[in-house]
Write a protein that binds this ligand. Structure first.
Ligand SMILES: [Zn+2]
Ligand SMILES: [Zn+2]
Length: 353
């Protein structure tokens, strides 16, 4: 049975499509995209007033399995992804146990077979993401991991990060970098600035992110690896990455919808849902990221989808878990705040996913 989608506004930057077209599908394959495809008794979908874009890929997602199935599973996370318009996600390794060895990755690969969307595994940089000893990078590479990351934790030791980059480049794996200097962020729970003072909460300075972005750019330059900065959130980090790119360093970065939309003011009322890592930053930072979006210099949009149980987010702000769910809301938010406002168009959005 073939399906014909009629009169869709089709946006696909890769194939340079930006017009009203019909799409003919057989099984799971698109067999024709054209003007006025004749209906020969196909199953008809009228897409007048609707848009069709290529399914998106979210390269920064926490599926929580194994170990934290009460928060999310591969199955539920992939259902959320499909509902949000994603056909593939990359799963961060900070599960329990951490994906620092082939067995955990194979477990994820097995679970992913039944999932609604494709799951790309990410292996950890260090054992247990503790930042002390390198993971089995060579054997992880054989299980099909697409990148290495200790997301959730920074690799504080520069020597270990250097070695990780050297090993990773031998296997052609990029490093996805959670940039945070723990000595600077300490017990901070929100962005350090005017509002942390007003709200009486311990702050995390922008510098805790920026010093690590700077360090790892230097190390990436030295080792020649592809460094990808996860959830970039400050003006200073953006400037560092822009400078590095100009010098020809192989560095890319992603920004989350919540850092593009919200600011540290949202922490008023001590709503634990607003507790994320890195924290919601100042209006200046947020505005600079929006300008970068408008200028088309953001490499990737990624949700950092990090679901928790109701109990994890209950209680005092200081003790609530870090993280926000994003897979089901990202597309709607980006449409509402940026496409409708004409800061970007659908092609721009597709290009960044
Ligand atoms: Zn992170
Ligand atoms: Zn993350």
């Amino acid at each position: 049975m073939k399906t014909l989608i009629k009169n869709a506004a089709v946006y696909d930057p890769k194939n340079n499509l930006n017009e009203k077209l019909d799409i003919l599908i057989e099984g799971k394959t698109i067999i024709e995209i054209n003007e006025n495809i004749k209906d020969q008794g196909y199953k008809l979908i009228d897409a007048e007033e609707k848009i069709v874009i290529p399914a998106l890929i979210d390269m920064h997602v926490h599926l929580r399995e194994p170990g934290y199935e009460e928060k999310e599973t591969v199955k539920t996370g992939c259902e959320a992804a499909a509902a949000g318009g994603f056909s593939a996600v990359a799963a961060m390794p900070n599960t329990n146990p951490v994906a620092d060895n082939p067995a955990v990755v194979e477990h994820l690969n097995l679970k992913s077979k039944e999932a609604l969307v494709k799951v790309y595994p990410i292996g950890s940089i260090t054992q247990g993401s503790e930042g002390k000893k390198l993971s089995e990078i060579g054997t992880l590479a054989k299980t099909g991991v697409k990148a290495l990351s200790d997301d959730g934790q920074p690799v504080m030791n520069s020597e270990i990060m250097r070695r990780a980059m050297e090993y990773a480049s031998a296997f052609n794996l990029p490093i996805i970098d959670h940039c945070e200097d723990k000595n600077l962020s300490k017990d901070g729970v929100m962005h350090e600035g005017y509002y942390s003072t007003i709200f009486g909460l311990q702050g995390i300075p922008a510098a805790s992110e920026e010093v690590m972005v700077a360090r790892d750019i230097v190390l990436a330059e030295m080792t020649g690896i592809h460094l990808h900065i996860a959830h970039l959130s400050t003006e200073g980090s953006l400037n560092l990455v822009k400078d590095a790119k100009e010098r020809g360093v192989n560095v890319t970065f992603e920004v989350t919808p919540h850092h593009l939309i919200l600011t540290d003011k949202a922490v008023e009322n001590y709503n634990p849902d607003m507790k994320v890592h890195p924290p919601l930053r100042s209006k200046t930072d947020r505005d600079v990221l929006q300008k970068a979006l408008e200028d088309g210099i953001i490499d990737v949009l990624a949700t950092d989808h990090a679901p928790h149980t109701y109990e994890d987010k209950l209680g005092e702000f200081d003790y609530a878990a870090n993280g926000i769910s994003g897979l089901e809301t990202a597309l709607g938010l980006l449409h509402n705040f940026f496409i409708k406002e004409k800061l970007i168009n659908w092609q721009d959005l597709v290009r960044m996913y």
